[in-house]
Ligand binder design. Structure first.
Ligand code: UD1
Length: 421
């Protein structure tokens, strides 16, 4: 039977929410196991369906995986029998599957990876991944929906300038360049914390990388990598989502394991609308400034350190209850407003004009049956449901399981009336 989420809204929350390890970081770290025969241990691994999908994919490539869920530890070790085919049945579940391409080519000189195709939020091509790997010496053909990659001798370091920042293409290229002969200079790379986390793990495996978190990364290729244990960085998007849960329900919430240093532009924007996020050594909290109403603002999504596209839908839920007219311009993905019709079903007043959503704040949202369409859209409906009057019923909630560990438990622990069955 398909489960749904039911929320009785309008309750104030209080308590503390633990923040998990970052999904996006973990999905980039796991393919590092393909780069050598040495064991890779990841701690602080979130329990998510996307992590399970990556495990299935890596196992299909010959990796031996042990996942100790209660301890949140993942052990990965490549077997002596590698395989090179990333099957469409796995790849279609999760676009991050493309992240095995760079490591397979760098280590084994061959890879056949299903093209991920578009998804609800946009076409999401992989041309930049292929462009960069070609520059390093791989050649590609596209056959029957699969990218077939080959490396004649070995990859060779070079200068690669990306036309714009892409998180996935940056990760794939770094993972290939670490085993390429000589020096690679990667220009206009993504600066996301998840890229920094990837480089941190690679460095502890013995890679020579400089400049992560800046616009240019320099990599000196090495021949072999050593065993390592790495702690996955905290999930800044999960933290941002729960900060909005506190803001939208006018609650004082605390968070453990989170750090707002990775969310500065988001926290600044919240301050502008009257929400304060305070961090001390021991404590991270959100509350409304003087318990005032939410003010309107304008938001532009941008690559890090700008306002994250992965918090756009959640911010829209909040701004739908603001005083006055706000706007959100989505600059990263061309079709990331799937949550808008659902928020409108709950009483929001939102108009889409191309890549811009114009949000005229309303006094209250009202519970309604709504449908989740993608990961972040689905959680924006949870947030709207927490603030809405009456019951919200969310269908197609498998999207939430991709990226929010124990969301029901974390919210009920703070007094939210939210159930799943
Ligand atoms: C990653 C994140 C995702 C986040 C996004 C932007 C993971 C698993 N997912 O996705 O949650 O929303 O970054 O912060 O880490 N593009 C191309 N050609 C390419 C690659 C990308 O045109 O070869 C375009 C995309 O369609 C998109 C933009 O570049 O419009 C940014 O995408 P990218 O940064 O690559 O996102 P992902 O790595 O897919």
């Amino acid at each position: 039977m398909k489960e749904k989420i039911f929320i009785e809204g309008g309750k104030r929350l209080s308590g503390s929410i633990p923040i998990s390890g970052a999904k996006n970081s973990c999905l980039a770290l796991m393919p590092l196991s393909l780069l050598s025969d040495s064991a890779l241990t990841l701690n602080n691994v979130p329990i998510l369906s996307d992590v399970e999908t990556m495990i299935v994919l890596l196992e299909s490539l010959g990796c031996v995986v042990s996942y100790q869920k209660t301890e949140k530890i993942l052990n990965l070790k490549m077997s002596a029998k590698p395989l090179f085919l990333a099957d469409y049945e796995i790849v279609k579940k999760m676009r991050a599957s493309i992240l095995v391409l760079g490591p397979l080519l760098a280590r084994f000189g061959q890879a056949i990876v299903a093209l991920p195709g578009g998804c609800a939020i946009g076409a999401r091509p992989v041309n930049l991944h292929l462009m960069a790997l070609e520059a390093l010496g791989a050649s590609f053909s596209i056959e029957n929906g699969y990218v077939k990659g080959n490396v004649a001798k070995s990859l060779k370091g070079c200068k690669i300038t990306f036309p714009f920042e892409s998180v996935g293409a940056t990760a794939n290229t770094i993972m290939a360049a670490v085993l390429a002969k000589g020096t690679s200079e990667l220009v206009n790379v993504a600066r996301e914390p998840e890229i920094i986390d990837l480089c941190k793990c690679l460095k502890s495996m013995g890679c020579k990388i400089e400049g992560e978190g800046e616009r240019t990364i320099i990599i000196e290729g090495v021949d072999t990598l050593r065993e390592t244990t790495h702690e996955v960085v905290m999930d800044r998007i999960e933290l941002g989502t729960f900060i909005i849960a506190g803001a939208i329900s006018d609650s004082d919430l605390e968070f453990t394991g989170g750090d707002i240093i990775l969310l500065e532009s988001f926290v600044d924007k919240l301050y502008e609308v009257g929400i304060e996020v305070c961090q001390s050594d021991s404590n991270l909290r959100v509350k409304r400034i003087n318990r005032s109403s939410i003010k309107h603002t304008n938001v532009l999504t941008e690559p890090f350190p700008g306002f994250p596209t992965d918090l756009q839908a959640q911010m829209m839920a909040l701004l739908s209850l603001a005083d006055g007219v706000s706007s959100i311009e989505e600059q990263i993905f061309e079709n990331r407003f799937m949550h808008v019709p659902e928020l409108i079903r709950m009483g929001a007043n939102i108009e889409i004009k191309g890549r811009k959503a114009v949000i005229s704040g309303v006094d209250k949202l009202k519970g309604a049956p709504v449908k989740a369409t993608d990961l972040r859209a689905s959680v924006s409906l949870v947030l709207a449901g927490l603030a809405a009057e009456g019951q919200t019923e969310i269908d197609k909630i498998h999207h939430i399981d991709r990226g929010y560990e124990d969301i029901i438990k974390k919210l009920t622990g703070c007094g939210a009336q939210i159930r799943r069955y």
